[in-house]
Design a protein around this ligand. Sequence first.
Ligand code: CMC
Length: 379
Amino acid sequence: MSAEQVIVNKGLEGIYFDNTSICHIDGQRGILLYRGYNIHDLASNATYEEVCYLLLYDRLPTKDELDQFDAALKENRNLPSAVMDVIYAFKDGHPTDVLRTAVSALGTIDPDVKDMSLEANLRKGIRLIAQFPTIVAAHERIRKGLDFTPPREDLSHAANFLWMLKGEEPDPDAVRAMDLDFILHAEHSSNASTFTARVAASTLADLHSSVVAAISALKGPLHGGAAEAVMEMVEAIGEPERAEGWVQEQLAAKKRIMGFGHRVYKTEDPRARHLRELSKILGEKYGEPKTFQILQNIEKAMEPMRAKGIYVNVDFYAGSIYHYLGIPADLYIPIFAIGRIVGWVAHILEQYSDNRLIRPLLHYVGPMERQWVFIEQRS
Ligand code: CMC
């Protein structure tokens, strides 16, 4: 193909690289399906554990199947002592880096690490889903100089995470908020981190290595880091009545407003509706509606951007939920990862099941056939 015929799809925008039966997104109509189930039905009716089962096994569990799956998660919540040592050793690091490093360490000692069968990969995946909240909570406690709060088997995935994080009995509204947040973050097709996981898996790298790659891609502010950036914006604005002017200034300076815009959605991200409602409820419950009001005013000030297809995305209200739950801002990305790990695992398994090495092309635009110059003759 000559240089003139090459079409470069920057950011791989609009490119399908495989088929999937895990997730469907209709970005024009704002529809999101996990394994064919609408996100609004899942948000209203499911628990995170049920959503995990659905994503991994492609169907809703029966009561017995869910009980067994839940038991497997509970059994695997504890961390090997070597991984606790890693968390202690790197306690001053960013929580996302500690999570990535702990998963890397787990990959060296997982009993199934060399077994690439579907059964072994499911076992590894379930272990990681169970271990992620423990890593994040253990690190938070250790870096604050507090005792590690061991996981409890009588609590759900979301309740146990809040228990381990705070060391106190979690409030039912906080538990529901966390559970819903995990459901809404569980899966989102070929977003940057999931694509990265599939690229690593397509080399037949093991599951832990593929998950480490995914965590690395999640870290950036254009992906998992946006919720933290939204809360920094709320802090900079300070008062609800300053929001409109602040947004106008940023847009006039050609700056991006975090929590808005999406590569796929050209209408409102369907996940945002649930987080908006939750943010309002928690703001009232905890007697701090100002954060929610600032967010509402930013959203109003951004209305003219809808003409360009820029609407609120999942991250816009997510940060406020964590803020209301008293969770520090640098835990927002790891919390996104706690929800998303199941999606990564489902995609890694799908990639292994019908693999072809993912290896796109780069169009070379540099000089051709340059003349070699010996070092003595270079100026
Ligand atoms: N604020 C203001 N303008 C925006 C924004 C925004 N948040 N997002 C896009 N635009 C403008 C952009 O400046 C460009 O304008 P123009 O055509 O005049 O140059 C136009 O919209 C198209 O932008 P783009 O960068 O080509 O769009 P993209 O598909 O590459 O970007 C995005 C998607 C998410 C990177 C981008 O919308 C963005 O930077 N948003 C802010 C960060 C954010 O909220 N990220 C979380 C994404 S959702 C969760 C997840 O998947 O991780």
